[in-house]
Design a protein around this ligand. Structure first.
Ligand code: UGA
Length: 439
C-alpha cells in the first residue's frame, strides 16, 4: 500500500483521496483553505456529492485518510502526490494553470525522496511536460521526480461510483517506473488500465469530454429538426440506439449541456487547436449549438406570451443537472436574467441548488422583475402562468400532470428535459412544450 498525498480537495481531489483510502492506501489530502480542512476533519464534505461523506467519515475513522494545510509535511512523506486542483477557464477560453503551478512549486520545495507526481486535473496537452520541468527547476533536494498524467472521468452526482467502478483508468507515463507505480496503486480497483504516453493521456481526457458534448449537441440539433419535420426525437434516438456503434447513452435531447467540464473543455480544446493554427470545426459547432439551445425555450415562450411583465413564472430546477448543487454554466443562469429583464416574477424551486443561486440572484427585486425561492414544487406552481423545467430532479419528475393543471393559473409548461409524455399532459389539459417532440 502506498502513502499518497492529494493536492486539492474539490470533486477531483477529494473523491480520488477517499477512494484511494477505501482500497487501503494511506492518504493525506492537502488544501490551502483552513476552514475546508477543519470541516473535513469534522466529517463534513464541503460540497454536495451523494455517498462521499459516509465514505470519507468511515476512512477517516479507520485512520486511512487525513486532511491538512501543512503541505510540506504531507508532500515530504508521500511516495506519490496526486494533483487535483482546478484549472478554471480564462476569458480567452484557455485553461488557467496557476493553481497547478502553485502546487508544483510547493512540491519542488518540499520533497526529500524520489516521488511520482500525478496530474489528475484536466490540463491542455503538453502541460505535464512543463510541470515536470517546472518542478525540476525549483527542486530543493537532489531527488528523482517524474510527472505522470492520470485524467479523471467521474461525473458530479455519481462521483464515488464512477471512480470505484470506472470503465477504464488512463495512465500516461514516460518511464517504466512511473507506469509500474501507477499500476500497483490502481491494482485494487480491478479496472482495466490503459497505459499510454503522457500527451496521449492528456488528449484522451479532452477528446472524451468533447466527444460527449458533441453527442449532446448533435442530438439537440436533430431534435430541433424533428420539431420542424414533425418527427419525435425520443423515437429517433430509440431507433438509433439499437445500433451498438451508436449506443444509447448521452443522446438525451434537452436544454443543452452545462457544468464545469463540457463548456470549459470544449473552449480549451478549441483554444489549443487554434494555437497550432488548426480549427476544430466539430468542436465549434458543438459550442454554437449549445449556446442556442440554452435559450430555446425562452425564445419559444416569448413568442407564445405577449409579455413576461408581472407574470408569475415557476422555475423547476436551477442546477446544471440533478445530484449536485453546482450551477456552473447551467441553463437557469442564462434564462433567469432574461426573464428578469422582461419583468417576470420568478418563483424558483431547486432541492439543493437554491442557496447557491440566491447568492448570485438574492431574493427580491432584480432588474425589471422579482425572484423568490420556494421550498417545494407546489409553492412554485401555485398561481403561475408559465413553468420552465430546467433540471430533472426526482421531485420534478414525480409531479403528476394534474398538479400543473390544478395549481397553475394557466397550465403552460416548457420542459427542457423531456420528462413528461405529451399525451399525459394534454389529456389533463396542460399545454406542454418540450424539446424535439411533436409539440
Ligand atoms: C462530465 C463527464 O460526463 C465526465 O465523464 C467527466 O469526468 C466530467 O465531465 C469532467 O470532466 O470532470 P459532468 O459535467 O459532471 O461530467 O456531468 P454530465 O453527467 O456529463 O452532464 C453534463 C451536462 O450534459 C449536464 O448539463 C447534462 O444535463 C447534459 N446532458 C447529459 C444532456 O443534455 N444530455 C445527455 O444525454 C447527457
Amino acid at each position: 500500500m502506498y502513502k499518497i498525498a492529494v493536492a486539492g480537495t474539490g470533486y477531483v481531489g477529494l473523491v480520488a483521496g477517499v477512494c484511494f483510502a477505501e482500497v487501503g492506501h494511506k492518504v493525506i489530502c492537502v488544501d490551502i483553505d483552513e476552514k475546508k480542512v477543519d470541516l473535513m476533519k469534522s466529517g463534513i464534505v464541503p460540497f454536495y456529492e451523494p455517498g462521499l461523506e459516509d465514505l470519507m467519515i468511515k476512512n477517516y475513522a479507520a485512520g486511512r485518510i487525513d486532511f491538512t494545510t501543512d503541505y510540506m509535511q504531507a508532500y515530504r512523506e508521500a511516495d506519490t502526490i496526486f494533483i487535483g486542483v482546478g484549472t478554471p477557464e480564462r476569458e480567452d477560453g484557455s485553461a488557467n494553470l496557476s493553481y497547478i503551478a502553485n502546487v508544483a512549486r510547493q512540491i519542488a520545495e518540499s520533497i526529500i525522496k524520489d516521488c511520482l507526481i500525478v496530474v489528475k486535473s484536466t490540463v491542455p496537452v503538453g502541460t505535464n511536460d512543463k510541470v515536470e520541468q517546472f518542478i525540476k527547476d525549483f527542486l530543493v533536494n537532489d531527488v528523482r521526480v517524474e510527472v505522470a498524467s492520470n485524467p479523471e472521468f467521474l461525473a458530479q452526482g455519481s462521483a464515488v461510483n464512477d471512480t470505484l467502478n470506472a470503465e477504464r483508468i488512463i495512465i500516461g507515463t514516460e518511464s517504466n517506473w512511473a507506469e509500474q507505480v501507477l499500476k500497483s496503486i490502481y491494482k485494487p480497483y480491478n479496472i482495466p488500465i490503459i497505459s499510454v504516453s503522457r500527451r496521449s493521456a492528456e488528449m484522451i481526457k479532452y477528446a472524451s469530454n468533447n466527444f460527449l458534448a458533441l453527442k449532446i449537441s448533435f442530438i439537440n440539433d436533430i431534435a430541433n429538426l424533428c420539431e420542424l419535420v414533425n418527427a419525435d426525437i425520443q423515437e429517433v434516438t430509440l431507433g438509433m440506439s439499437f445500433d451498438s456503434r451508436i449506443g444509447n447513452k448521452f443522446l438525451n435531447a434537452g436544454i443543452g449541456y452545462g457544468g464545469s467540464c463540457f463548456p470549459k473543455d470544449t473552449k480549451a480544446l478549441d483554444y489549443l487547436a487554434k494555437q497550432f493554427g488548426y480549427e476544430l470545426k466539430t468542436v465549434k459547432a458543438t459550442m454554437d449549438v449549445n449556446k442556442e439551445q440554452q435559450t430555446k425555450l425562452f425564445k419559444k415562450a416569448s413568442q407564445r406570451l405577449i409579455t413576461f411583465n408581472n407574470i408569475k413564472v415557476a422555475i423547476l430546477g436551477l442546477t446544471f443537472k440533478p445530484g449536485t448543487d453546482d450551477l456552473r454554466e447551467s441553463a437557469s443562469l442564462v434564462n433567469v436574467p432574461l426573464l428578469l429583464e422582461h419583468g417576470a416574477n420568478i418563483f424558483a424551486f431547486d432541492p439543493i441548488g437554491a442557496k447557491n443561486f440566491a447568492k448570485i440572484y438574492p431574493e427580491g427585486k432584480n432588474r425589471n422583475g422579482t425572484i423568490a425561492y420556494v421550498e417545494n414544487v407546489e409553492q412554485a406552481l401555485i398561481g403561475a402562468s408559465i413553468c420552465f423545467i430546467f433540471t430533472e430532479w426526482d421531485e420534478v419528475k414525480e409531479i403528476p400532470p394534474e398538479k400543473f393543471k390544478k395549481l397553475m393559473q394557466t397550465p403552460i409548461v416548457y420542459d427542457g428535459r423531456n420528462i413528461y409524455k405529451i399525451d399525459n399532459m394534454s389529456e389533463v389539459g396542460v399545454e406542454y412544450h418540450s424539446i424535439g417532440r411533436n409539440k
